[in-house]
Write a protein that binds this ligand. Sequence first.
Ligand SMILES: [Zn+2]
Ligand SMILES: [Zn+2]
Length: 249
Amino acid sequence: MLQTKDLGLKVDLHIHSTNSDGRNSVSIMVAFGYSVHQLDGIGFAEHVTQDHLAPLKSYEEASDYAKKELPTPFHVFPVAELSVWVPYGKGNKERKVHTVVLGEIEELEKMLRTVNFKDQLRLSDLDEFNLAKILAHPTPPFLTPGSLHLNQFDSIEYSPSMLSTSRGKRYSLLDLFANGFSVVSSSDAHSLGALGKYTQFGSVPQDLRYLIDKENISAVGINGGGYHRGISKMKRSLRDQTGINISFV
Ligand SMILES: [Zn+2]
Ligand SMILES: [Zn+2]
């Protein structure tokens, strides 16, 4: 479904436009992403709180704009951002998290038209739809091993808080890799300035590409160049544990 690895695409799967709580229109976001960040694709993960069909509206607008205005094929991914309840910790506790769902447009539309967003939506309510579930912008409590059932998600969004390795306390990016989790980088951009951040799929160097293939990770995007202090630390750990020398873009 999400074929960033196979296609070698640079995409941002989680952005917002004025169709939900973003500051800019779909067409401006697409134009900016294409020309400034050289994105190959985009996904408008609009919230469904005001208008439950907002993600479809953005998908159509982005597809139309790309077809009419962009010279090369540009991939528009059908996505939406939902608030869902998931089991948390021991017992029957639940917590609400944001999830980006991704799939074929027909399946996304079916889900958006079927689900009652006024009820408390559970992650398991989405099981009947053929949609990938990506845990959006996880904060440290949600990355604690065992506290949230991360394997209920098909993928986890990259978050800068994964960069420090506090093994045993919370998952670092390295722990997630080691446990076979797929990590997707998305910006959750609500404005032009945030678009394309952490989305360096297209320029992942060969040795990291090898690691991604070996560990079956769909995608990883590190906006390198010393952007985060944790980068070099993680680089060292990856080298020590895998013997593979990682050079970040
Ligand atoms: Zn969110
Ligand atoms: Zn968002």
